[in-house]
Design a protein around this ligand. Sequence first.
Ligand SMILES: Cc1cc2nc3c(=O)[nH]c(=O)nc-3n(C[C@H](O)[C@H](O)[C@H](O)COP(=O)(O)OP(=O)(O)OC[C@H]3O[C@@H](n4cnc5c(N)ncnc54)[C@H](O)[C@@H]3O)c2cc1C
Length: 442
Amino acid sequence: MEVEEGVQEVGRDLAARLPRSRNPVRALDDRAMELSSQDAELRAALFRFVDVTPACRSLDDLARHLSSYLEGVEEKPPPLRAAMRMAESRAGRTALGAAAAAGVRHMAHRFIVGTTPEAAAGDLRSMWKDGIAASLDLLGEATVTQEEADRYAERCAHALDALAKTTAGLPERELLENDSLGPLPRANLSVKVSALTPMMRSEAPELGRDDAARRLRPLLRQARDLGAHLHVDMESVDSLETTFELVFDLLSEEEFRDGPSAGVVLQAYLRDSPAHLDRLLEWAQPAERRPPPVVRLVKGAYWDHEVVEARQHGWSPPVYTDKHECDRNFEALTRRLLDARPHVRVAIASHNLRSVAHAIAYNRATGGEDRDLELQVLRGLGDDLARALAATGMRVRAYCPVGELVAGMAYLVRRLLENTSNESFLHEQSRGVPIDELLVAP
Ligand SMILES: Cc1cc2nc3c(=O)[nH]c(=O)nc-3n(C[C@H](O)[C@H](O)[C@H](O)COP(=O)(O)OP(=O)(O)OC[C@H]3O[C@@H](n4cnc5c(N)ncnc54)[C@H](O)[C@@H]3O)c2cc1C
């Protein structure tokens, strides 16, 4: 079957399995999200507010911040005018502050599975029962001191132990535990290099690389001994060189030749990503590590940051500025990655039905087995898609952040930015764009 025909078939099948009554974006935080995606000023005001929430000392303080940010929004829709009126009296501010705090907490809990790995255990078990594996992510990014980096590494070590305990008691799930290359670890942890070192400098990547290596090496040993998977996330482009060098160097060390299972991330929104994939494959092919590295393909979570940063310096952005180009590149990289097996294991991370259906259809059209492709979603955003994928017999993994609300703010703001953007697939889906249009080739 032609790939394009397969995309339409898989996409329709998945769409038919998604619940109609609930749509992922409105579910985020209904009215606020909807309003903020219509108005750029309001969007900026709400993000500033979400950012400042953890620092507010009282409900009164919270309400004052909210109303001062909203002050700057020129055309206020009726719910905002009502909020501004409430902020005029002390009692009103307390009520407004309480409602706003509850709103932010509610939003955060959709994305964050628990404050600790132990607290997340129940959710992880029930996801596994539903056919969904997990990768845990410890919230708290960009450390500034060596002590903070040590503390993050300790939390990672603790999370690996906790994950090993939780996953040891899970029932067998063939699809989540094996592909045609062999066993897949049950315990899976994602880590961030910016949290493993305070010394990330784009002009001197070796500083961050060496400092982070001191903390990543013991974690790799621990993961190998526990039979766990360690995945190194990708962040903004100024940390890309450090991250690639760190992963390539450490995993090439003799002691890690036969494990642990480990992985990296490729960001399709970067114009240079085809060259990044060349480099990745040049490293992975001759290394013949067993097990091969897992490459998680994403579009990239720092789009606004990269564009603003480049403009401030008068540079041209390192990211595509046309969403279709980014989506086309995502599909091209998907095909190249699937063709590169068995030197890599492939994980396609997206909530976009078209991008996901394309990966499944291409794999089938080229004779690949479903179990040799993993799909990944973010907890809170891709829950319905994850269930639909699991129901069709695909392996799916949800990325599950763990930690305190305060540490999770940067993460939360990124998710809000993504999903209130008019270019977001989830936003289009929530507006009721017909499935035919959603599945059109980019
Ligand atoms: C399991 C998992 C792990 C992830 N890990 C990482 C990670 O380590 N590092 C990381 O950076 N991201 C990571 N992400 C986030 C990911 O990069 C995307 O931000 C997110 O998945 C949204 O993309 P989409 O395909 O789901 O949705 P879509 O709506 O199809 O795409 C949205 C994305 O398109 C891109 N985009 C938006 N506007 C434009 C434009 N005008 N021009 C060009 N491109 C545009 C942006 O990347 C935006 O996030 C992860 C996502 C998942 C599901």
